[in-house]
Design a protein around this ligand. Structure first.
Ligand code: ADP
Ligand code: MG
Length: 892
C-alpha cells in the first residue's frame, strides 16, 4: 500500500467500503476506475482500458468516462444488475492541501434508480427487503424510491409466498441480512431478481417515526427498518418524499401464483416477456404514467372484497353513461404529468425548472377535474372530487415565480420571472440599462466617426469591444480608443467608459445567475412542504385514470358489468377471450357460454387439437380476474363468484426453453394447486399428464380430478386429450363433459370453436395432419394403421378402475396404478430411450418389474445414479446426455 501514490491510496481506502460496486472516482472532468473495476468496466461498457503509474512497480489498469456523459454509462451498469458508487471531490481543488478530499455521495443500485432509461414510466421500480424470523415467518417490504411508496407484509406460509410477492412487485434488488441462507438466495435469483444486497442494521433511525406510524408489529417494523436503513446508507441524503409505510395482507387480494400469472399472460407474454399481447396491454388506456403504474398494480392484485370491487364497477358504470365527461376527463389527464415522480425529484433535490413548470401545468387541470367529478351522479365520484386537493399555494407560487420556458440548466439564469424578487429586478435593471447604454454607444460612435459598419461586440476573453474593419481604419480620429486586438480584417478597441459599464453588466449578470439559483432552491424547499398533498393528489388522479381506462376499454370492446353470486355460480353468455378477440381483429371470434354451479363443479373438456380448449379455459379465468380488478367483462351476460385464488396449470409439452425437467415442473405446479385450492378457487388444468407416457398421465389426471371433486370442490376446468377420462361423469356426480366441436367437410376437419355439452366423439388427429398438408400417402397409411390399432385395442374404458367409495382415495391410488398396464403396445420391439426413461422413472422405480436381486451390479449402479439425479437442476440437454450415458452403461 505504502508504495502507491497518495491518490491511489485514497482510492483504495474508499474502495474498501464499496467492494460490491463500481467505484466512479472523480478526477477533474472524468470519473476514473482502477484495478479490477477498470478491467471489468472496460468490458461491460466497451471503453478503452489504459493504465497509469500509481507509484508501485507495476502500472495500474485504468479506464474512465467523462463526467458530463457519465449518466448513460451508469445506466448501462445498473441495467446489468451492478451497483455504482459515485465518489466526488468534496473540497475545492485550489484550496486543497495534498490530495483533494473525496467522498462517496451516492450509491446507485438497480433497486434505487431515480431517473433515466432504467425507469419505465408505466412501471414501478421496487427495492425489496426480506427478513426471516425465528418462528419461521417472513417479513417482506418494498419501496419505490422514485415515488416514495412503501409497503410491508408478514408472510406466514412457505417461502413460495415470499417468491410470489417478489414476482408481483417485480423488485430488481433484494436487501437481506448477511446470514440469509444460500438456498433461499438461489431461489430468489431464479426469479430474475438480479441483485442481492446486505443490510444487517435494523435499529430504527430517528426521524422515521412518521413513516412507521401505521405499523404496530415489531416484525414489520424490523423489516421496514432494514429497507429504510439501506436506502439512507446508499442515497446519503434526506428522503422527504418517503410515504408512511402501508401494511398489507396477501389475504386481501385474489391469489394468483407465479406460474398462473405467467400462464395467463397477465402483465407479460410467455414468449417475448413483453407487455404487448398481455392483459395489461389490452387494458392500458390510461392517460398518465401514474395511472399506468396503478393499472399494473391492480392487475397484479385483484380484489376479493365485494364492496371494493363494486365501488370500482359503479364508477366505471358512471363513466360509461357519461361519455362527454369521460372524454373531457381524458383530455385533462393528458396534461397531467407524473406528479408522483415529480414529488420524488423535488425531495431528492434533482428537480429542474422545467419539471416545476410541468407541475404547474398539471395543477392547472385539477379544478376542472374536481368540478367534473363533483357533477357526476355517483357518491364515490363526489367523494373523490372532494379529496382532490388542487394545491393552490403551489400553483400560485409557481405562476408568480417561474418563466414559461426555462432552460434545463439551473446555472444559467432565465428561470425566475420579473417582479418576483426585488433584488433580482434591480440587478436585471442594471444589466439591461448597461446593455442599452452600449447599444446607444454604438449609434453615437457611428455618427461621430462616420463609420457605418462600426459595431460593439462581446466575447468571453476580451469582454465588450468596438470593432472597426481594416478598410475603415483611416476614418478613425478618435484618440480615446485603446487598441485591444488585431484580427485579419478588423481592429478591436476599448474605452475606459466601455470597460466601466462592462464591469457593471458582468457583475449584475453574475449576481442574477447566483440569485436565480438561490431563489429556485428556495422555491423547491417550499414545495417540499406540499409533497404529501401532491402525493395524495397523485393517488386519486391515478385512480380516476384507471377507472376511465376501464370504462373506455369496456365501451370499445362491448364488455358488460358482472354480477356476483354468493352461491358460487358461473353464468357467462357469449364469453370471449379478451386478448385473442382483440388480436383476431376482423376475423370472427366465436363466443362461448360457461355454466357452472354446485352441481357442475368440474368441466372435463375434450376436443381435437387447435379446436379452442385452452382459449376457452383461459377466457373464463381472465373474465374472473377482469371482474375482480373492477373492470367490466367480455361477455353478453356475466354472473360470477368472487374467487379467492386462480390456478392455471399447463401440461408440459414443448417448453424446452425454461431449462427444467418439464414433467417435474408440471407435477410441482399441480401439487401446488391441489394443496392450496379451496372451494372458492378456480382451477384450470390444461392437458395435465401430457408430459409422461399415456397410462401414467391418464392415471395421474384421473386421480387429480377425483381429488378435486371429493376433497376441494373448486370450480375446475380440465381439458384433456385422454378420451378415456370422459367416462368419469358416471362416477363423479359434479363432473360434466363438454367438448369443442369440429365438423368434417369433404373429408377435412373444420373447427367451429364452439363449446357443446357432452364428450367429443373422436380425436381428429389424422384430420389435423391432413389439414397440415402431410403427403396423401402418409395420411392413407396412418388411417390404415389406426384401423388395425383400433381393432386390436382392448377397450380402454374397461381398464379405468371405478372408485369404491368417496374418501378412501389415498389408499386407492396405489393399487389402481398397479392395475394399469405398464406400457402401451408398441410396434417397435426396442423402445426409444426417452420412453424407456420415463417408464423407469415413474413405474419401474416405484413398482419394479424385476426384483432387486434380479438386477446385476451394473443395473443397480445405474438405478442408484438415477436416484441421485437432481432433475430440477438439469437442462434438457444435460438430461439427454446423462440419459445417454446411463443407457450406454446398461446396454454394454
Ligand atoms: P386447443 O387448446 O384446443 O389446442 P387453442 O385454444 O390453443 O386450441 O386454440 C387454437 C387456436 O384456435 C387459437 O390460437 C385461436 O386462434 C383459435 N381459437 C380458439 N378459440 C377460438 C374462438 N372461440 N373463436 C375463434 N378462434 C378461436
Ligand atoms: Mg391447448
Amino acid at each position: 500500500m505504502a508504495a502507491y501514490t497518495p491518490m491511489i491510496q485514497q482510492y483504495l481506502q474508499v474502495k474498501a467500503d464499496y467492494k460490491d460496486a463500481f467505484l466512479f472516482f472523480r478526477l477533474g472532468d472524468f470519473y476514473e476506475m482502477f484495478f479490477d473495476d477498470a478491467i471489468k468496466a472496460s468490458q461491460e461498457l466497451e471503453i478503452t482500458l489504459t493504465s497509469r503509474d500509481g507509484g508501485s512497480t507495476e502500472r495500474i489498469p485504468m479506464c474512465g468516462v467523462p463526467h458530463h456523459s457519465a449518466a448513460q454509462y451508469i445506466e448501462q451498469l445498473i441495467e446489468k444488475g451492478y451497483k455504482v458508487a459515485i465518489c466526488e471531490q468534496v473540497e475545492d481543488p485550489r484550496q486543497a492541501k495534498g490530495v483533494v478530499k473525496r467522498e462517496v455521495v451516492q450509491l446507485i443500485t438497480p433497486g434505487t434508480v431515480m431517473e433515466g432509461r432504467g425507469l419505465n414510466e408505466k412501471e414501478n421500480n421496487y427495492l425489496a427487503s426480506i427478513s426471516i424470523f425465528a418462528d419461521g415467518t417472513y417479513g417482506f417490504a418494498y419501496n419505490d424510491l422514485s415515488t416514495g411508496e412503501n409497503r410491508v407484509a408478514l408472510l406466514t406460509g412457505a417461502f413460495d409466498e415470499v417468491l410470489n410477492e417478489l414476482s408481483i412487485s417485480g423488485a430488481k434488488e433484494v436487501v437481506a441480512a448477511s446470514d440469509f441462507p444460500d438456498e433461499l438466495q438461489r431461489k430468489i435469483r431464479e426469479r430474475s431478481v438480479v441483485t442481492l444486497s446486505i443490510e444487517d442494521d435494523t435499529t430504527e433511525a430517528e426521524g422515521n417515526q412518521h413513516l412507521l406510524k401505521n405499523l404496530d408489529q415489531p416484525n414489520m417494523i424490523q423489516t421496514v427498518t432494514r429497507l429504510l436503513n439501506y436506502l439512507y446508507r446508499t442515497q446519503k441524503r434526506s428522503l422527504d418524499h418517503l410515504q408512511p409505510v402501508v401494511p398489507y395482507e396477501i389475504q386481501q387480494f385474489m391469489k394468483i401464483d407465479y406460474y398462473s400469472k405467467r400462464n395467463l399472460e397477465l402483465t407479460e407474454t410467455i414468449r417475448s416477456k413483453g407487455k404487448k399481447g398481455s392483459l395489461l396491454w389490452l387494458l392500458d388506456e390510461t392517460k398518465t404514467a401514474m395511472g399506468g403504474r396503478l393499472l399494473k398494480q391492480w392487475v397484479d392484485r385483484p380484489l376479493i372484497s365485494r364492496e371494493g370491487i363494486e365501488r370500482r364497477h359503479s364508477l366505471v358504470e358512471t363513466f360509461l353513461t357519461h361519455y362527454f365527461e369521460r372524454q373531457d376527463l381524458r383530455e385533462k389527464l393528458t396534461e397531467v404529468y407524473d406528479l408522483e415522480r415529480l414529488s420524488g425529484r423535488v425531495a431528492f433535490g434533482n428537480v429542474n425548472a422545467r419539471d416545476l413548470v410541468q407541475l404547474k401545468r398539471s395543477l392547472w387541470q385539477i379544478p376542472a377535474i374536481k368540478q367534473l367529478m363533483a357533477s357526476l351522479p355517483n357518491e364515490s365520484a363526489v367523494t373523490l372530487a372532494e379529496q382532490l386537493d388542487p394545491c393552490e399555494e403551489v400553483t400560485d407560487l409557481l405562476e408568480r415565480a417561474l418563466v414559461e420556458n426555462p432552460p434545463l440548466s439551473l446555472k444559467e439564469g432565465n428561470i425566475i420571472q420579473d417582479g418576483y424578487n426585488e433584488e433580482l429586478d434591480t440587478y436585471r435593471d442594471a444589466s439591461r440599462n448597461g446593455k442599452s447604454w452600449i447599444a446607444q454607444l454604438e449609434r453615437e460612435e457611428r455618427e461621430k466617426t462616420g463609420i457605418k459598419s462600426l459595431k460593439v461586440g462581446y466575447n468571453r476573453v476580451f469582454g465588450y469591444y468596438i470593432e472597426i474593419t481594416r478598410a475603415n481604419l483611416h476614418l478613425l480620429t478618435n484618440d480615446q480608443y485603446e487598441r485591444k486586438q488585431t484580427l485579419s480584417n478588423a481592429e478591436r478597441f476599448i474605452t475606459p467608459e466601455l470597460k466601466e459599464k462592462e464591469a457593471l453588466i458582468l457583475k449584475a449578470e453574475e449576481k442574477i445567475v447566483e440569485l436565480e439559483y438561490e431563489l429556485f432552491t428556495e422555491i423547491r424547499e417550499r414545495i417540499k412542504e406540499y409533497i404529501p398533498n401532491l402525493q395524495g393528489l397523485a393517488k386519486r388522479i391515478s385512480e380516476l385514470d384507471v377507472l376511465q381506462c376501464f370504462a373506455t376499454v369496456s365501451e370499445e370492446r362491448h364488455y358488460v358489468k358482472p354480477q356476483f353470486s354468493e352461491e358460487r355460480r358461473i353464468h357467462l353468455v357469449d364469453g370471449r377471450h379478451p386478448v385473442v378477440e382483440k388480436v383476431m381483429n376482423a376475423q370472427e371470434y366465436v363466443p362461448n357460454d360457461c355454466h357452472m354451479d354446485n352441481e357442475r363443479e368440474i368441466l372435463l373438456i375434450t376436443g381435437p387439437n387447435m379446436s379452442g380448449k385452452s382459449t376457452y379455459m383461459r377466457q373464463v379465468a381472465l373474465t374472473a380476474i377482469l371482474a375482480q380488478i373492477g373492470c367490466y367483462v367480455p361477455a353478453a351476460e356475466a354472473v360470477l363468484p368472487i374467487f379467492d385464488q386462480v390456478f392455471t396449470r399447463i401440461g408440459a409439452a414443448d417448453d424446452l426453453i425454461s431449462g427444467q425437467s418439464t414433467f417435474m415442473v408440471e407435477m410441482l405446479e399441480a401439487k401446488n394447486a391441489i394443496t392450496n385450492a379451496t372451494a372458492s378457487s378456480l382451477i384450470l388444468f390444461d392437458e395435465i399428464g401430457r408430459g409422461t407416457s399415456t397410462y401414467d398421465g391418464m392415471a395421474l389426471a384421473q386421480a387429480m380430478i377425483e381429488y378435486i371433486h371429493d376433497r376441494i370442490g373448486a370450480k375446475t376446468l380440465f381439458s384433456t386429450h385422454y378420451h378415456e377420462l370422459t367416462i368419469l361423469d358416471e362416477s363423479l356426480p359434479r363432473l360434466k363433459n363438454v367438448h369443442v366441436s369440429a365438423i368434417e367437410q369433404n373429408g377435412k376437419v373444420v373447427f367451429l370453436h364452439k363449446i357443446k355439452e357432452g364428450a367429443a366423439d373422436k380425436s381428429y388427429g389424422i384430420h389435423v395432419a391432413q389439414l397440415a398438408e402431410l403427403p396423401q400417402e402418409v395420411i392413407t397409411r396412418a388411417n390404415e394403421i389406426l384401423l388395425t390399432l383400433e381393432d386390436k385395442e382392448v377397450e380402454p374404458k374397461q381398464h379405468i378402475p371405478t372408485r369404491k367409495a368417496v374418501g378412501e382415495l389415498s389408499d386407492q391410488t396405489k393399487p389402481e396404478l398397479e392395475q394399469l398396464p405398464k406400457s402401451e403396445p408398441k410396434p417397435n420391439p426396442e423402445p426409444s430411450i426417452i420412453e424407456d426413461a420415463q417408464l423407469s422413472f415413474f413405474a419401474e422405480l416405484e413398482h419394479p418389474k424385476k426384483k432387486d436381486k434380479d438386477l446385476d451390479s451394473k443395473e443397480r449402479k445405474v438405478i442408484d445414479q438415477l436416484k441421485e439425479l437432481n432433475l430440477l437442476d438439469m437442462t434438457p440437454l444435460q438430461a439427454m446426455n446423462t440419459l445417454y450415458e446411463l443407457h450406454k452403461k446398461v446396454k454394454s
